[in-house]
Design a protein around this ligand. Sequence first.
Ligand code: ADP
Length: 363
Amino acid sequence: MSKIDRQEILDVLDGYDKEDTTIATLGSHSSLHMFQGAKTEGFRTAVVCEKGREVPYKRFNVADEYIMVDKFSDIVNDEVQDELRELNSIVFPHGSFVAYAGLDNIETIFNVPMFGNRDILRWEAERDLERKLMTESGVRIPKKITDPSKIDGTVMVKFPGARGGRGYFVANSTEEFDQKIEAMLERKWIEDEDIKEAHIEEYVLGCNYCIHYFFSGLKDEVELLGIDSRYESTIDGLTRVPAKDQLDIGADPSYVITGNHPVVMRESLLPQVFDIGDKITEGAKGLVPPGFNGPFCMQTLVNDDLEVVVFEMSARSDGGTNTFMNGSAYSYLYYGEPLSMGRRMALEIKKGIEENRLEEIIT
Ligand code: ADP
């Protein structure tokens, strides 16, 4: 199926009554501050919600319109799209929206104006594209080890599609790599043909910082809006077990995110943080025009050489933005008042409408 023609989206946008714009998204992930922020900036809000999942939106009273669906993936159905367009909706993408709507559908059939660059979402989903964007932008990422025989330090081994880091493992030598692969084959976690797909990279021993940026297409500038760190099961649970008992438990660490907490970085690291933001947004402009637009997140580890190493990115609002629904230390520095990522997005849309430049920031 062919990609949605940009002109089609612009035609939809053209037919909108901009004074009566709705901010809409799927009720999940990081939608609460998007709705709250949109309402604060004077927009109507619409939640596309799976039946049974409406409780938070009702209890926090952040949604004006409810588009109820049997399952989240119905957001791409024609009737739902019609309803969204009737409300003059601009959709704010987030992780669950992308997962349930589906990348292919977003690229080919979801004919509702979205904030941000819909083409960049694929660059987060495919490891090779993500690496290309980061390497060509000049961002420091974990070094790749091209062959198991070349392991000469601690490495992390990843398999495609291993969500939540289940089945990721750490190895210190080629022998250990072989043993662990053998164990995974026995457990049927992987098949023979998966072995060649194993991605081996430098293990970065460091602390986790997920940096939430906002690229303003209208200002042509990247802002640092907040930083979070993750609580992950079972890796964080394991650190609560005394070392002498850890081996007895025999648990395999996984990295399933269960929550996030806000953090700040030492101030002397902030030049690196802005450098990463500037480099990746410049790089993206050339590789996937118009580049980043709106929220994105660089997931990093900071080692004791004080290097900020990026191991993953989100090309849209990341779940860790929920740590600053009432603003972060950094968003306060820009705006002097509580400002969530959602509110920043709404502000950009508002400015786009006022300056008649909405088409620059939607796809
Ligand atoms: P997923 O996308 O499946 O959640 P990630 O790529 O985010 O998996 O990795 C899961 C976790 O593994 C991260 O939170 C991080 O703590 C750890 N991790 C990933 N890459 C490395 C690395 N190169 N060195 C050390 N830890 C890593």
